[in-house]
Design a binder for this molecule. Sequence first.
Ligand SMILES: *Cc1c(COP(=O)(O)O)cnc(C)c1O
Length: 355
Amino acid sequence: MLDIRIEKTTAPKAKPTDESKLGFGQIFTDHMALIDWNSDEGWHDARIVPFGNFSMHPAATCLHYGSEIFEGLKAYRRADGVVQLFRPEENARRMINSAERLCLPQLPEEDFLNIVKTLVRLDEDWVPHSFGTSLYIRPFMFGNDETLGVHAVHNAVFAVICGPVGSYYKEGINPVGIMIEDKDVRAVRGGTGYAKCGGNYAASNRAGERAEKQGYSQVLWLDGVERKYIEEVGAMNVMFKIGGVVVTPALTGSILPGVTRKSCIEVLKQAGYPVEERLLSVDELERAMDEGTLEEAWGCGTAAVVSPIGKLAYKDKTFVVNNGEIGPVTQMLYDTLTGIQWGRIEDKFGWTTPV
Ligand SMILES: *Cc1c(COP(=O)(O)O)cnc(C)c1O
């Protein structure tokens, strides 16, 4: 395992005092983590340094050819003060898979976990205290060759930044409106859909903006080949309860394998709900809406945990789901996952790790 050199800041910043006003991704802690990689030496010079700007060559690979991947996880403060992570090894492994897809170097799981924990421990006072608030952790990696030549990456940087974020649901859980996108696609099988890379987001922006202009909060993506099968919603995976069965799209290669998705499936199975991971066509969903068998729909991801869907638009039709209210299964998943993450209920799955 790599040794980590620590250089502490001599000018600590003032921490936010009002936790009810924390937003997302605007405030950063005093330190950041960095590890360099090149094809001769491999991973080296793991270090935690004062948070600050990067200096980079204008020809750096990531700025031209999109060789960038990232992760997102949170540190939660329990009522007893202990700070814990939720399934961080899942993020470490997914980053290895993303790196493999984009021909970036693979950081060993133990180095990922060690540097994330070391950084969170050093900036532990930045982890907010109220339920729903957390420290958002953003590991990322980019190609850093100083040439415009197109080839596999010979220089890369792994970095971790983090900052306190507010509760996603300040005014209670409000079901959102989602537009089913039938023009743009996010990813295709064989492409980078299963990798957490910046490029997937760049490809998503146009449809996202169109949906927002029409008053919807995110788009529901269809598959990139036939525009027929449901994939995921914005930056979340998606689940539907149809006629008593929870259905979620199978991981076919164009869908991001979410940690929250995986955790929801395990919680549901343990609670005795039938869960099906399979292809779900938009026609089947439309039929369920017409026939009234669509009981609940929700998105799931680290940021919101679960986000109930109250309204679905497809072509010129709109459907209201569960009277626009959060359903009992969605609520159960929210209560169980947030209960485990913030240490309010016993973690029977062994998903949490104190830092
Ligand atoms: C990160 C992400 C998700 C959710 O993954 P979690 O591990 O649950 O946070 C879903 N879809 C996309 C496109 C994502 O980038």
